[in-house]
Design a protein. Sequence first.
Length: 155
Amino acid sequence: MFTSIDYVFSGFRPVSVDDVIAMVRAMPNKQSASDPIPTWLLKECTSELAPFLCRLFNTSLLSGVVPAAFKSANICPRIKKPDLDPADVKNYRPISNLTVLSKLPEKLVARQLIDYLSDNNCYPTVNPPTGPSGLLRPLSPDCCLTSCLPSTQAT
């Protein structure tokens, strides 16, 4: 049984052209074989492409529909451990390589969810994960939401 809470997530806010530009510029220079445009070129043309991408992402957020092209990925088998037999199919795991363009709305949505959770004191503060240098790493929205669930249940 869940208890009543004082805040409700009412939906995603539209993203701005500046949000898109900042997110594109922060992306690593990696890309998938299925990317329609190299990442370096996307970054170089960000100012020209951002208004179109902004409209595309906002339409997706408001309609709740993700473009079909964003749902496809190149899947490559990778061996689980270097010492395993490469002839045995069970020693491989699938790696999905999404396009850079499909990762952008995902990151924009994650940013909004993390901001919402932080603003409403739902962002977990106990044992935050640290990166290799010992600095705090942001928690994923999944982790935040999962850690909030027990606190909303009646005891």
